[in-house]
Write a protein that binds this ligand. Structure first.
Ligand SMILES: Nc1nc2c(ncn2[C@@H]2O[C@H](COP(=O)(O)OP(=O)(O)OP(=O)(O)O)[C@@H](O)[C@H]2O)c(=O)[nH]1
Ligand SMILES: [Mg+2]
Length: 464
């Protein structure tokens, strides 16, 4: 693909009927295209003043047909999102208007349709934002809870970039000190003692490890927590889904085997996005019905992929072998035991259930009468967020490639520490430290491979 000297255009708003639709053009021909198809209301002066909202109409120059009344902005490269000349056309949002205007723009031989994320890719390639900020833009758009939004906004503001640059800066000064001491031994360069270098390295190692420890939580805020509701038939799994959602989403009935397929919905528990999955009950008998078999296979798949499992038991009946078997199958997962039907006379004493079961968090609820739900949410929150204090938003990493790069950077520093402790000379450690530096550079996009970049931009929609 002949990137990025060509001009690209796309619809920046969702396709469909609405108040306003925006068509965005970026590249050297943006302004020319605008001048060709746009007529200002004030016919005297057709000059497009930069960063100014112009009122006028889009017109097909070949037929003189007016397509729509629009507002148009021209942003020169020095102050645009992509750092290229950008034109944005705000028209009315209707299928035909959007299509006609976009086609008119694309009819210019020097312009083509943008690929997903290509505007942002240009902003990145032109140095307007770094890679952590690119990712923050995806996260902002996709955020489902206030906390996820806050995390994305602080990353867009550069909190992760600053952190990485801070570590890099210290590493660079250490490397350059070591190297100049090696290169110019006769000069009066103060050589750090091994202890001093070790001290510095351990400090950096600590910072990297602290950042690595934020991965699980950062990822949860970004991706949400997959939570599967499991249990034997008829214990009230679908009732629990509905109670948590506050709507009658799943069918509930007194007949066992009501839910045959999995149902997924998103909720927000005190700022944590949860994807709740209601599943078909796992019966104890051998399944002969092929549809039931498919359903229970799905239950097993979803439960084994889940970050958290809510095992529902019916506390109005004694614990069954079926309950035990399901517990044993998934006991390795992070689990909450939900004792449902607390409104009925108890036949299952939570204190007398098997010791293994008791090792898990346990909450008594009535899904039918919406009792105990706040307590359940509190317990879920506590299981997910192990941090005791939530102070000002900490720096998070939230993508696998951040984790991998940091682990590699950490590996280089650990090797350097080991070499020094084994009495090797400081020359040897410079090589390892330079590798660490490159790995840190991958996070902010300085040394990132094309493959990772492609993966990141694939998360974008067209027009962003
Ligand atoms: N008294 C009482 N009944 C409940 C409660 N929760 C669910 N039920 C009843 O239990 C029956 C089964 O509820 P469901 O929510 O369909 O149970 P399920 O676990 O999804 O069942 P399957 O989809 O068949 O596996 C229904 O008659 C519900 O009204 C509760 O908290 N108290
Ligand atoms: Mg059900």
């Amino acid at each position: 693909m002949d990137t990025y000297h060509d001009t690209i255009a796309a619809l920046a708003t969702p396709v469909g009927i609405g108040g306003i639709g925006i068509i965005k053009i970026s590249g050297p021909f943006s302004r020319k295209i605008a001048e060709r198809i746009f007529r200002k209301k004030d016919k005297i002066n057709q000059l497009l003043k930069p960063r100014y909202l112009h009122f006028g109409a889009v017109m097909d120059p070949s037929s003189q047909e007016v397509i729509d009344e629009v507002l148009l902005t021209y942003m020169p490269a020095s102050a645009s999102y992509t750092r290229e000349d950008v034109v944005e056309i705000q028209c009315h949002s209707g299928y035909l208007i959007l299509e006609k205007i976009l086609n008119l723009v694309l009819s210019h031989q020097r312009v083509r349709l943008a690929e997903p994320g290509e505007f942002t890719r240009r902003a990145f390639l032109n140095g307007r934002i770094d890679l952590t900020q690119v990712e923050a833009i995806v996260d902002l758009i996709q955020a489902r809870t206030g906390s996820a939004l806050m995390q994305a906004a602080s990353q867009l503001g550069g909190i992760l970039t600053e952190k990485i640059h801070g570590v890099k800066k210290n590493l660079i000064s250490l490397i350059s000190h070591i190297e100049s001491a090696i290169d110019f031994p006769e000069e009066e360069i103060e050589i750090f003692s091994t202890e001093e270098v070790l001290g510095e390295l351990k400090g950096l190692e600590g910072e990297i490890k602290a950042l690595l420890s934020t991965y699980e939580e950062g990822k949860l805020f970004r991706e949400g927590v997959k939570t599967a509701i499991i249990g034997r038939p008829n214990v009230g799994k679908s009732s629990l889904l509905n109670a948590l959602l506050g709507e009658e989403r799943a069918i509930i009935s007194h007949l066992p085997g009501t839910t045959r397929d999995t149902i997924e919905e998103n909720i927000n528990i005190h700022g944590i996005p949860l994807t709740i999955i209601d599943t078909a009950g796992l019966p104890f008998y051998t399944i002969t019905d092929p549809i039931e078999e498919k359903g229970t296979n799905r239950t097993r798949d979803k439960a084994s992929q889940a970050d958290l499992v809510l095992l529902v038991l019916d506390q109005s009946s004694p614990l069954t072998e079926n309950d035990q078997a399901i517990f044993e199958e998934f006991q390795r997962k992070k689990m909450v035991i939900v004792l449902n039907k607390a409104d009925l006379p108890a036949a299952l004493n939570p204190l007398s259930v098997s010791p293994a079961l008791k090792n898990n968090a346990m909450v008594s609820i009535s899904a039918k009468y919406h009792q105990g739900l706040e307590e359940l949410k509190k317990v879920i929150h506590g299981l997910i967020i192990e941090r005791k204090e939530i102070s000002s938003p900490p720096v998070f990493i939230n993508r696998l490639h951040h984790k991998i790069s940091l682990e590699k950077a950490d590996g280089g520093i650990s090797r350097a520490i080991k070499s020094l402790e084994a009495g090797m000379s400081q020359e040897f450690i410079a090589v390892d430290l330079k590798c660490s530096l490159d790995y840190l550079g991958e996070i902010v996009g300085e040394t990132t491979t094309e493959e990772i970049l492609d993966q990141i931009f694939a998360e974008f929609c067209i027009g962003k």
